[in-house]
Design a protein around this ligand. Sequence first.
Ligand code: SF4
Length: 264
Amino acid sequence: MTTTDSASEPARRAPGARTLAELDERVSRCRACPRLVAWREEVGRTKRAAFADWDYWARPVPGFGPPDAALAVVGLAPAAHGGNRTGRMFTGDRSGDFLFAALHTVGLANQPTATHRDDGLALRGVRITAPVHCAPPANRPTPGERDTCRPWLERELRLLRPTLRAVVVLGAFGWQAALPALNAAGWAVPRPRPAFGHGVRITLEATDGGAPLRVFGCYHVSQRNTFTGRLTPAVLHDVLGAAAEAAGLLPPPAAPLTPAPEGG
Ligand code: SF4
């Protein structure tokens, strides 16, 4: 395959995936971004000392979660020694520890930890994915890499569309990548596009008259945000809880009881 052929691989191969399992398998073999392919494989060879006995995944990391998810969580990209090591989104790093603990508290994960692909973790109604599927140097994909990878995300969202009712987008990079992908997957995104912000909530109407989609902006679960207290467990819990409720995964909070009149 030539470099030009590789660059167009997502655009050529994503639309033909008929199921999420097929899409995940195709994603995991993608080599469209030369810089990211070189980096993910070099990290897999050189490793971090603490993980010297690991056989790094060192490939694109597909989305994780059931194919009939009602809620999607869209991040940024796998971490070099997290997802790029374990082969599963947010698995094996501090960001994932924070996210999965919150998902477990909300009732959307069967356990609070994620350490490796066979650790028994199961998500309820939630699919976790990213606009860039390969670990980037310094956690910074280029806009070109984001755009090259977009067809995988578009197809994933389109395949989820029959059941998807809400999306939590972690951080500004994910937001900028997710909105065009949501538009391509069948929801109308206003122009100009709504800006990212923590706490921003928008509703996108389906272009075919189907169910609308609720989209929630949230700070990314990166250590820069969680170590500084910008994003706390309670704040993330609130966002995930509201999104899960919008997706129909949790019942709405019970109305406060009206106190009985005194006397009588
Ligand atoms: S970032 Fe996406 S498009 Fe680029 S090589 Fe990885 S999977 Fe392929």
